[in-house]
Every structure is written in C-alpha cells, then in structure tokens.
Design a protein around this ligand. Structure first.
Ligand code: D41
Length: 673
C-alpha cells in the first residue's frame, strides 16, 4: 500500500470506527461485535504505525493516554459557565415558577426537565467538528485544561459526526462514574493497595485532574452533555430540547431522562417520579434541573448575579449524613467472612432510618481510622448496604479502638486471617449457625445434593423453628413435623421427604461439593473424587499431598485440610453417612467418543441449559472450558453467540449448531451406555 492509498483507508477507517463508537456509546445500540470492532481498530493502528505521518490527535486510536503533563494549565471559557440556583422544597419551586411567569407575563411555561448529575462540570470546545480543548468549570470564567484526560473518555467524540457541524461550539456537560464503574474501580484500587474513593464524584474528580492521562484512561469515566456555551453554526437552536437533540446528532451522549414539561405540576410530578427511581439509575444524581425550554424566553429572563433566572436545580435530600458510632461489632457472612459493622445513633438518610453501616474489613477501619464514639459521615447509595465514609476528626472526644475477636461470636470457632486476604473468617464452617443457613442452602442446591423444593425460604423456616440445625438433621425430618409448618401441606411435605430420600444416593463429587469447603467448587470436588475413594482418605491427606492434585494450590489445599480438622465437620459427615448417604462411582465413561475432548459453549441453547449441556459432556468424559484456544475441539453455539464464536472461526475450530450438537450427544450417550 502506498501513502495515498493508506491515507484514504485511514480516513475511511476513522469514519467507520467513529460511527460504531456513536452507536455503542451514545445510542447504546451497536451493530457489530466487539471482535469485529477490535479488528477495525487494529487495522487503523497498524496503518498509523506504518505511516506515522497520518497520525492525528483526534484519531480513535488515541484514547490510551499520553505522557504526563507537569501541571494543569488555565483555560478561559469563551462564554462563562454560570452557576445554578437551588430549590430545596416545593415552596421554593412555586416561588421560582411565579417569578418567571410574572416576568414573562404568560399563563403557563414549558420547561425542559433533566437529571442533575453529581459529577464534574466540563466545557468541551470543538472547532470545525474537532475537539480542541476540554476544561473544568473552575470559577466559571477560567478552568483547568484537562484535554489530555478528556480525550481518553470513550463517550466524548473526538470529532463531531453528522451534518452541519458548527465552526465553533462549547459543549457543557458533566463527567461522571457509574455505580458499577465505581465499584470496579475501588475493587481494583483495593487489590493494588491504592487509595479507596469515598464516592463516585470524588473518583471522577480525582481521575479528571490527573497529570498522567494514562491513569485516567484506566478509569471508568462517562460524560453527559447538558447544554452549550459559545455557538457559531448554521443550525438554528431555538429551545433547550432542540439543543439536546442536535448535540445527540453530533455524537454527544445526553441523558435519556430529559423531557419536556408543561407547567409546574408536571415538573413536580417528574421530580417525584425520578426521585422514586433514583436508586435504580446507573449513576448518582443530586436533583432535577428545570430549564425554561424556549431560548427567546430564556433571553428575556436573563441573569441574576451569576445564575440564569430561567433555570433551577431542585435538589434531592443528600445521601450522606452525620451520626455517631455507638459500637462496632461483627457479622458472620455466608463464607464465614467476619465483617465489622458500625452500630449507629439512628439517622435519617434520604428518607430511610439507618442504624448500622458496614466497615467492610479491618484494613478499611484502619485506613479510615474509625473508632467507637467517633462522629462519622454515613452514606446510603442505591440499594447497597450503608457504609461509613469518613470520620470527622475535629469532633473526636473519648473513643475506643475496635479489636477483632479471636473467636467467632456466634459459634466460638477460631477466627483466622489467611495470608493475602483482607478478611478474617470464622473457621466453624457449617457448624456455625450464622453460616449454617447459607451452607444448608448450598448443600441442597442443584449442583450439590439437588434436593428439589428445599430453597432459601424453607431452610430459614426449618432452622428458625428449630426442626433442623445441621444438614444431617434434614434426614431426620418426618411428615408430621413438616406439615406442622406454616404454608406447608401434606403434599409438599411428602414431596420434600421424597426429594431427601432420593438425594441420599449421589456421587462422591457432588457430596464433596455439597460440603461447602471454602474454594472447593465443582471442578475441585471432581478432582478430589477422582483421586480419593473415601472421606477418610481425604481426611488423612497432607497439604503437600493435596497440592499434587491438578488445579489445587497451597491455599485451597490448606482450606481442604483445615476443613477436615474441624471436629464439628467430621461429626456431621458421620451423621450423614449413618443416615444412608451413599455414592455411586463418578460416571465417567472412558469409552465415550467425547472422552478427553475440549468443548466451549456460547449463546443460548434451546433444548437444554448450558449447565445441562456441560454436565452431559462431563459425564461423557469431555472437558468444558470458558475460553476458545487452539486446544479446543468444538465450539457449540446457540442463539446470539458471543465473541467466542468469532474466535473459533478465527482459529479454524469446528463449530456445531444446536441440532448437530444434540445429534452427536445422543449418539455418544447411546454408545456409552
Ligand atoms: O447535570 C448537571 N449537573 C447540570 C448542571 C445540568 N443538567 N444542567 C446545568 N445547566 C446549567 C445552566 C443552566 C447554567 C446552563 C448544569 C449547570 N448549569 C451547572 N453545572 C455546574 C454549574 C452549573
């Protein structure tokens, strides 16, 4: 390819990729797979490497960040970024409405309503459709230059799309981090031992003001446009609704919650409606912004001090409040994880009374330096458990430090922190009543003992009524006891007893899996069942010996060993065996044509679930893995297969549609039986 040909291909690739970015990030409606997209981007990258003279800062390949800057420069906005007046109750909204109705001498006013993002306001400047600078709001007149960082935000178009792109436009919007992005970011930070962010807003602010944009590129920043400043263009924009529509056409993401509202009552209703859905939104909002929709009316209204008279932010109650830590104690979770919990002086946070907040783990307590008696900020976000955000050190009086208990407060077993783990755990296993309920649910689950009809509700009912204490007690239940329970008829009681009887004949691997040993999932249980033929032989195995089993490392080996050292666990196993628990040898059929073959399943199958297909294949001696590699023998694809299907084609691995696969499966099953 010569330079001229490359120039043309680069140009068209950039257009195609920008269009796909738009479909993905703005319309949320992609038309190609991730693999196809990656291929286009790769082609562009290769051409830009081969022909460096074709490189441009606004190329879609340039989102990975660049060398750090030494400090953030100052940038003046062309049109100042005004501030927003606030309303905190309905009376203030009524006053706002009356004020502008009087000033405009009209009966009713049409507003545009939109969510108020709780992020950072930024100003994007485009010249002839090219992003030339991005700045924080600063004091409204001069902000900080964050162009290098904003370029890494996938949702911000580096070139505007569509027709009639303006010669100059300042796009105003908010940089935010979604709840999911925030959680993922903090998990990553925690793993690296880096700073944990208190909330998405702080995380967004910290990320946007980085000197090194390669760090920003790793942060899950999003952007939403909500208005314009300077504008020199051909398209006439006569209302706020128009502005948002046009911004979207040019490739900028705008809120999907924006709406046109006639009169005050419609505004108040919208505020209530969004308020109810607030915790379901993907990002934090702290209110609703109402803007007079008509641009001429906006101009007639003008400004007071530095805020437009035509807009107002009707704030929601804050999700953070101040209260006192009365005590710190611990909760024992499903896997025995001991979570410190702050008992709080009751406080109302956005309509909900909070009396407890999680402190996550001992490292978090130390990092935040939370002590009993401290005054703290507590936060309730979405449906997540309320948490202690930070301590108000200036208000500290007489305080006591929290000490992690050495034994489980529920069962008395040792509390141990394993190397490399943030959490302490109760070593009581299924004999700890706090872990018990979850352990019983696991024991009964489909992939374990598969006890039909024994779900969470019934397990709670059985343990709370005192009918069972351990999984072994399940096999002592009789129909009189069961039919005495609320909402339990003789029919369902009999069904449960039958399911229990049936579960007694199982496989060794299911039994091992059902025990709920930490880190022993289906695959590890299977490996153990292949190596050992009895509980006693596993019990006698040393950690070193266990480590020789495929897929078992030192940590898991330690967990297995530890489990069989606990007297309670051995007692329960003995009881189960004495109730008639028996296993048939794992039914691996060495003669099967699938023996030793490696399968990958992708997409939705019609006739059976992926788990069922997996089980059948395993029973026939095949391996089922999650990633396609050269070692994969077959990729079975159902409806809407993912990138694994593309990968198979790429590597030339045989693919099977559902009916072909079913046919092969039946043949193999016949042959093996
Ligand atoms: O979502 C927001 N945070 C938001 C902020 C919004 N949806 N609209 C806004 N509109 C304005 C005016 C009416 C002044 C153009 C704003 C802001 N201002 C704003 N953000 C930070 C300061 C002002």
């Amino acid at each position: 390819m010569n330079l001229e040909q490359a120039r043309q291909r680069v140009h068209s690739l950039r257009q195609i990729i920008n269009q796909h970015n738009y479909r993905y990030y703005v319309l949320d409606d992609p038309t190609i797979s991730d693999a196809e997209y990656d291929k286009l981007l790769r082609e562009l990258l290769d051409l830009e490497t081969e022909f460096p003279q074709l490189m441009e800062p606004n190329s879609p390949t340039q989102r990975v960040g660049v060398k750090p800057v030494s400090a953030l420069k100052e940038v003046a906005h062309i049109v100042p970024m005004l501030s927003l007046a606030n309303a905190f109750d309905e009376a203030e909204m009524q006053a706002f409405y009356k004020r502008i109705r009087d000033k405009l001498s009209v009966d009713s006013i049409v507003f545009a309503g939109e969510t108020k993002f709780d992020g950072l306001a930024v100003n994007l400047l485009y010249h002839d459709g090219m992003l030339v600078s991005a700045a924080t709001r600063g004091d409204g007149y001069v902000g900080e230059d964050v162009t290098h960082n904003v370029r890494t935000i996938s949702q911000v178009p580096l070139c505007l799309l569509g027709d009639a792109v303006p010669t100059s436009i300042e796009v105003r919007g908010e940089v935010v981090i979604t709840h999911a992005g925030f959680e993922a970011l903090n998990n990553k930070q925690r793993e690296k031992g880096d700073k944990i962010f208190a909330n998405p807003r702080n995380a967004a602010a910290g990320s946007l003001r980085q000197l090194d944009s390669r760090i920003t590129a790793e942060r899950p920043l999003s952007f939403f446009a909500y208005g314009i400043g300077d504008y020199k263009g051909r398209v006439e924009l006569t209302s706020h609704t128009d502005i948002l529509k046009q911004l979207k056409r040019w490739g900028l993401p705008v809120s999907t919650e924006s709406i046109k509202l006639a009169g005050l009552d419609a505004c108040l209703k919208y505020y209530d409606d969004i308020g109810k859905r607030r915790s379901e939104l993907a990002y934090d909002i702290d209110g609703i912004v109402f803007k007079v929709d008509d641009v001429q009316q906006q101009q007639a209204l003008g400004f007071v001090s530095r805020a437009p008279r035509w807009a107002i932010a009707y704030k929601f109650p804050p999700l953070e409040e101040i209260t006192q830590v009365l005590d710190i104690d611990v909760q024992v979770g499903r896997t025995g994880a001991i979570t410190p919990v702050a008992r709080l002086s009751p406080v109302n946070v956005a309509g909900v009374t909070i009396t407890n907040a999680t402190l996550h783990n001992i490292d978090e307590i130390q990092r935040k330096d939370v002590r009993i008696g401290d005054w703290v900020y507590v936060r309730r976000a979405g449906d997540v458990i309320p948490e202690v955000v930070s301590v108000i050190k200036d208000r500290r009086g007489k305080v006591t430090e929290f000490v992690m208990p050495e034994t489980c407060p529920v069962c008395g077993a040792d509390v141990i922190r394993q190397d490399g783990e943030a959490v302490y755990r109760c070593m009581g296993g299924i004999s700890c009543s706090a872990q018990n309920i979850q352990a019983i649910i696991h024991f009964a689950s489909r992939k374990a003992m598969n006890i039909d009809g024994l779900g969470e509700k019934l397990v709670v009912q059985l343990t709370e009524s005192g009918l069972i204490n351990t999984v072994a007690d399940l096999y002592l239940l009789d129909s009189t006891q069961l039919s005495g329970l609320d909402r339990m008829g003789t029919k369902s009681a009999d069904n449960l007893l039958q399911a229990l009887a049936k579960s007694k004949s199982t496989t060794f691997e299911r039994f091992i899996y059902a025990l709920g040993i930490r880190d022993v999932g289906e695959a590890t249980a299977r490996s153990l069942a292949r190596r050992y033929d009895s509980i006693e032989s596993i019990q006698k195995a040393s950690i070193e010996e266990l480590e020789t089993i495929p897929d078992i490392g030192p940590i898991v080996a330690g967990n297995i060993h530890n489990f069989f050292q606990q007297k309670h666990n051995l007692e329960i196993i003995q009881q189960l065996l004495s109730k008639g628990m028996r296993w048939v040898p794992a039914n691996t059929k060495e003669s099967s044509v699938f023996n030793g073959m490696s399968f990958v399943l992708t997409g939705t199958l019609e006739k059976l679930t992926r788990d069922e297909a997996k089980q059948k294949l395993i029973d026939l001696g095949a391996k089922v893995t999650g990633t396609v590699s050269k070692k994969t023998n077959y990729v079975v694809f159902g409806d809407s297969p993912g990138s694994k299907y593309d990968k198979a084609l790429e590597l030339g691995i045989e693919t099977l549609d559902e009916s072909t696969f079913m046919h092969m499966l039946e043949k193999a099953e016949e042959q093996a039986s």
